[in-house]
Design a protein around this ligand. Structure first.
Ligand SMILES: Cc1cc2nc3c(=O)[nH]c(=O)nc-3n(C[C@H](O)[C@H](O)[C@H](O)COP(=O)(O)OP(=O)(O)OC[C@H]3O[C@@H](n4cnc5c(N)ncnc54)[C@H](O)[C@@H]3O)c2cc1C
Length: 411
């Protein structure tokens, strides 16, 4: 460890790693402080195709491709007997990525950070950041380490990519309650013995409990599969109680799953997480910026979390490089507003998912192919493309389309 770095990054998840890659690519010195030892488990395993644009820019496609992760080329939604499938080769723009991967995050995050290390980033694991002092061009960071003890290091700029650790939001009182209803999730990995070509290799989402709960399955290339349920906090507490007895029962017996997950071996005891939605007052300040889940996390429904982590890590690093190079940068417009624009598009889709508008659209008796392409590009993560009406006027278009379908179907 040097005494001073151009940039210090807190957290080695996708937001922190991608930021470190961009900074190294631009010739800056980087220290990443990570609280855990890697590989470490984290949920969030289904990626979105838009991530590939950033992996490509950072010359990471080959490294990640070599891991032989499960290719994901679409997403399917199920409700009772209705199915709605989006395939990423059917989007509004031919240049958009047509696939991405489903990954065990312990492995994916480890590959990303190890590659950053190979390319020149310094990384210290088991380093928990405990205090930070910021000014325009000097950031002083204290961390604790089991063998190094209490340490102080400085940097010209600081990026907080600490995810749910939310280091700067907590230390600087930046946290605000999320506008999303408190929900939770219970999940595990299973041996996917009943996987068939029919069952498919892509993520599946089954809605149940009158739209109040949904189940995910995310197959991996090693024959295992991530399974989980998302719902209101009380239902998730019920599912997780007594060694997740109710979750295990649903896995075995939920009619929507047609026995696919009956009697399968659980690869670890189910974990649960409650009230995962979070938000902050601001995405940047004097000498620092926040990226990934340290900013805002809405909901897992459309697998947007890692995409936002990657885009924000990359953009924040890009802005940081400009500032370090003496350029005047507009953090408000070019970073904060940019990120919020994309997040707000997904907010409409998350709200529309839970209030039923999206169900009306996805499971309509007749579906317009052009409209499905436009929605597919949103679900692929292209939420900044204002040529797509489902991005530009997201709320209005989703609401009106759902209403028209309801009228046509006599609801
Ligand atoms: C139930 C559920 C399902 C999800 N499913 C998906 C999905 O399918 N697809 C998807 O894209 N997203 C999904 N997500 C979201 C996804 O988990 C996150 O958006 C993503 O992990 C954010 O990445 P990150 O790099 O910001 O944070 P993280 O991956 O959480 O990394 C942050 C790192 O910071 C470290 N850290 C924390 N505090 C400190 C500290 N004080 N000092 C040093 N280091 C610290 C942590 O140890 C951690 O390694 C899901 C979320 C939930 C709750």
């Amino acid at each position: 460890m040097k005494q001073h770095y151009d940039v210090l990054v807190i957290g080695a998840g996708p937001a922190g790693s991608i930021a470190a890659h961009k900074l190294i690519q631009e010739g800056k010195s980087v220290l990443v402080l990570e609280k855990m030892t890697f590989p470490r488990f984290v949920i969030g395993e289904s990626l979105l195709p838009h991530i590939m644009d950033y992996l490509d820019q950072l010359d990471l496609l080959e490294v990640i491709g070599a891991q032989k992760y499960q290719v994901k080329d679409g997403v399917s939604f199920y409700h009772n007997d209705n199915k709605c499938q989006f395939l990423f080769n059917n989007q509004v723009n031919e240049d958009y990525w047509k696939y991405t991967w489903q990954v065990k995050r312990a492995d994916f995050d480890n590959v990303l950070i190890q590659e950053a290390q190979k390319r020149g980033a310094d990384v210290i694991y088991e380093a928990t950041v405990t205090a930070v002092t910021n000014s325009f061009n000097l950031q002083t960071v204290e961390f604790e380490h089991p063998t190094m003890g209490k340490q102080t290091v400085t940097a010209t700029f600081l990026l907080d990519a600490s995810g749910y650790g939310r280091v700067l939001p907590r230390l600087k009182d930046l946290e605000v309650p999320s506008t999303a209803l408190p929900r939770g999730a219970v999940f595990t990995h299973i041996r996917d013995i009943n996987r068939t070509t029919d069952a498919g290799k892509n993520i599946l989402i089954h809605v149940f409990r009158d739209n109040k709960a949904w189940f995910w399955s995310i197959p991996f290339s090693d024959g295992s599969c991530s399974v989980g349920i998302v719902s209101d906090v009380d239902f998730i507490k019920e599912c997780a109680a007594d060694d997740a007895k109710e979750f295990k029962r649903l896995l075995n017996e939920l009619p929507e799953l047609e026995g696919r997950f009956s009697n399968v071996e659980l690869l670890f005891d189910p974990k649960h997480i409650l009230s995962y939605s979070i938000s902050v007052k601001q995405l940047y300040g004097e000498g620092y910026a926040l990226c990934g889940n340290a900013t805002e996390f809405l909901d897992p429904t459309f697998s947007s979390g890692v995409m936002f982590a990657v885009v924000s890590g990359y953009k924040a690093a890009e802005m940081t490089v400009k500032q370090l190079n003496g350029e005047v940068v507009d953090w408000e417009n070019d970073y904060s507003n940019y990120m919020k624009k994309g997040i707000n598009v997904f907010r409409t889709y998350v709200d529309g998912w839970y209030d039923g508008r999206l169900g009306t659209i996805f499971f309509a008796k007749e579906r317009n192919e052009e409209i499905m392409k436009q929605i597919c590009s949103v679900l692929a993560g292209y939420v900044w493309d204002e040529n797509n009406p489902f991005v530009k006027k997201h709320d209005k278009v989703v609401t009106s389309l759902a209403r028209v379908i309801e009228i046509n179907e006599g609801k």
